[in-house]
Design a binder for this molecule. Structure first.
Ligand code: GLA
Length: 404
């Protein structure tokens, strides 16, 4: 007969077992991760000297103060495996080894990220994780890795969810909390299953530094900012604290004109996207630095509610995007997708919106009056009693915060 005493012992035993069960590390990305990754600017041209300089620049430029934390080396740091199967970093480019680099980055008060891939080889053809997951996870933990981007090239017939779960479990059993960034380009709808696996998942193929274009790379397409933006349709309900849609890393400072960079950054903030800069932080124009360190727009991205914004209206190439913020505030950003500047008017007195996902209501038509702040001009524009009439340049945004 099972006595009450025995049942309570079984309960205690189950509770002891629970934490040992593999899972993702919880609470590592309560707001979208912020950092830098080498790929968009440097591709395979990475070295410890360069990564150290970028880490220095992240501090000196004010980006660290603005909230950027992770320095992530993307593909091409690895060259082979040793006789026991352990991954070997390129000895020419990383002569001091990865651990020393991680230590350096930590000494700057930053966090360190690395890249691998679920297949036999990475996308650039370097040795990847398949069959070495637990061994690699142990190595990453030993080196002091804080963030792993895990790609999806050369995966043959692997089951996607299974492959990413294997790596998640390997990281968990290695014991060091590591943000797990899934990079399978949205092929297998990771938004449906990856919230239990990692902290962020790519929703699309690769971005490139163009505002409104597609690039045919033979077997795959790279997408411009607007193309990626449009591919986010319908995904907001899957994102939230600790599990983010990732529309790919930033191209700010990589060749688009300044208004396009500003629009790109603003939209990524409205999407509650991870903010992973992809430019050369050692050589930033004042405009690039101003965009990447605008703490008011970053605050919209990092808002504690963690609600991804949504497109509310679209007319004549002008889109109005809304994002509910904590303390009853709202971000309202207006995007001009067109190639010529556009007039934009908004009569707050007849404006009332209910967010269909969260049921939050923004109603300036009734008694509620908000103050309106232009977060790019850092300027108060008055209250919602007064209607808004403005002009938005081509490929640019107006971004407002409504608050009381
Ligand atoms: C894929 C990823 C990119 C980058 C490269 C590296 O294309 O989507 O972000 O990591 O691989 O080879």
């Amino acid at each position: 007969m099972i006595t009450v005493k025995r049942i309570s012992w079984i309960t205690v035993f189950l509770f002891i077992l629970l934490p040992m069960q593999a899972q993702k590390f919880q609470g590592l990305a309560k707001t979208p991760p912020m950092g830098w990754n080498s790929w968009n600017k440097f591709a395979c041209d990475v070295s410890e000297a360069k990564i150290r300089e970028v880490a220095d620049a992240m501090v000196v430029s004010g980006m660290k103060n603005a909230g950027y934390q992770y320095i992530v080396i993307d593909d091409c740091w690895q060259v082979s495996r040793d006789t026991l199967g352990f991954i070997v970093a390129d000895p020419q480019r990383f002569p001091s080894g990865i651990k020393a680099l991680a230590d350096y980055i930590h000494s700057k008060g930053l966090k360190f990220g690395i890249y691998s891939c679920a297949g036999d080889k990475t996308c650039a053809g370097r040795p990847a994780g398949r069959g070495h997951e637990y061994q690699d996870a142990l190595m990453y933990a030993k080196w002091g890795v804080d963030y792993l981007k895990y790609d999806w090239c050369n995966t043959d017939k692997l089951n996607t969810e299974g492959a990413y779960i294997t790596m998640r479990d390997a990281l968990y059993s290695a014991g060091r909390p590591i943000v797990f960034s899934l990079c399978e380009w949205g092929n297998n709808k990771p938004w449906l299953w990856a919230s239990a696996v990692g902290q962020l998942w790519r929703t699309t193929g690769d971005i490139f530094n163009c505002f409104d274009c597609e690039k045919n790379n033979g077997t795959w397409f790279a997408h411009g900012v607007l193309q990626i933006l449009d591919m986010q349709e319908g995904l907001r309900k899957y994102a939230g604290s600790d599990h983010w849609n990732d529309p790919d890393m930033l191209e700010v400072g990589n060749g688009m004109v300044v208004n396009e960079d500003r629009a790109h950054f603003t939209l990524w903030c409205m999407l509650a996207a991870p903010l992973i800069a992809g430019n050369d932080l050692r050589n930033m124009s004042p405009e690039t630095k101003t965009i990447l360190t605008n703490e008011e727009v970053i605050a919209i991205n990092q808002d504690s509610l963690g609600i991804q914004g949504f497109k509310y209206a679209s007319k004549d190439s002008v889109e109005t995007w809304l994002k509910p913020l904590s303390k009853g505030q709202w971000a309202v950003c207006v995007l001009n997708r067109g190639k010529v500047s556009k007039n934009f008017s908004l009569d707050w007195k007849i404006f009332s919106v209910t967010d269909s996902l969260t049921r939050r209501v923004l109603n300036t038509a009734g008694k509620e009056v908000f103050k309106v702040r232009d977060i790019w001009q850092h300027k108060e524009l008055g209250e919602t009693r007064k209607s808004l009439n403005t002009e938005i340049p081509a490929h640019d945004v107006l971004c407002l915060k409504l608050y009381k």
